[in-house]
Design a protein. Structure first.
Length: 293
């Protein structure tokens, strides 16, 4: 079994203030201070997106989605900054239902987000669609002033104060999501894979599950199961966290297999190794905690 106590200890020992606040929210729904939330939101452009460290002051689709993941761990998707970011992402959808980085970022963007690259385009489309789906999911399960007791997000304690109250008046992104889902479904191969990076699979599986495209989601999960024994810890954590976020039952066979992989790859210090360097090990460990609680 995953040693959650050791994982928590790793984040406490090595995380910064924002990462420790994310841990507190994931563990107990403890609301961060307004000052910490402000610091987590710093750098947002007037349009609503956040720039990447490699992208000067140009808002990045990829960086904005990464920031939304952090804010979600702080219970902050209902705050104005996150709502502006979601609105900005929705406004950037292209005619075919997909997303791409600003052409101005072509010389600096990493390979997974490079404008004009079809694999990067599919990855960004799956990532944005996932976060817009999460926003609409929260909208449908929010009650005035409080989080609904039957919220499908296992990280949100029933009855916890809802910062999103009032903001989630309805599924504002439903039409955008449906168009994007059609674009993703059109790229799904007969064997359950996509002509892109592996993350497109689990993000799309989560989206399809929430859209009740259960057959398509299952096809993807079967293909991912074949890769699970060799999946990196970061990928296993991200896969499980994405599926849990949209309400897939923790006893589902894909999640059982992912937790088994996380058990195999947890280090003696309680953390998990990131695919992007040790400076992101805390982020990966938070994803694993998110997946297992």
């Amino acid at each position: 079994m995953v040693d959650l106590d050791a994982a928590i200890g790793f984040v406490v020992a090595h995380g910064d203030a924002v990462e420790r606040a994310r841990l507190s929210w994931l563990r107990a729904g403890a609301a961060p201070s307004p000052e910490l939330l402000d610091s987590a939101e710093v750098g947002q452009t007037p349009t609503g997106g956040w720039p990447a460290v490699w992208g000067a002051d140009v808002a990045s689709v990829d960086a904005t989605c990464f920031r939304l993941a952090e804010l979600d761990d702080l219970g902050a998707l209902g705050r104005p900054a996150a709502r502006r970011a979601l609105d900005w992402l929705a406004s950037r959808q292209q005619a075919d239902g997909g997303w791409e980085e600003d052409p101005a970022l072509a010389d600096d963007a990493p390979w997974w987000a490079r404008p004009g690259d079809p694999e990067a385009r599919l990855y960004l489309t799956a990532t944005v669609t996932f976060w817009l789906t999460v926003a609409d999911l929260d909208a449908r399960h929010a009650a005035p002033g409080r989080r609904a007791a039957h919220s499908p997000d296992p990280r949100w304690p029933a009855g916890a104060p809802d910062q999103a109250a009032g903001a989630y008046a309805g599924s504002a992104y439903q039409g955008v999501v449906q168009t994007a889902v059609q674009a993703l479904a059109g790229q799904l191969q007969p064997d359950g894979t996509f002509p892109s990076y592996l993350a497109v699979g689990w993000l799309s599986a989560a989206v399809f599950h929430q859209q009740e495209l259960f057959y398509e989601s299952a096809r993807i999960q079967v293909s991912l199961a074949d890769r699970m024994p060799k999946l990196s810890p970061a990928n296993a954590a991200s896969l499980a966290a994405a599926l849990r976020r949209v309400g897939v039952d923790e006893q589902h066979w894909t999640l059982v297999a992912a937790r088994r992989r996380l058990t195999e790859t947890q280090r003696s210090d309680g953390g998990w190794e990131s695919d992007d360097g040790h400076q992101f090990d805390v982020h990966t460990t938070l994803a694993a905690i998110r997946a297992c609680r």
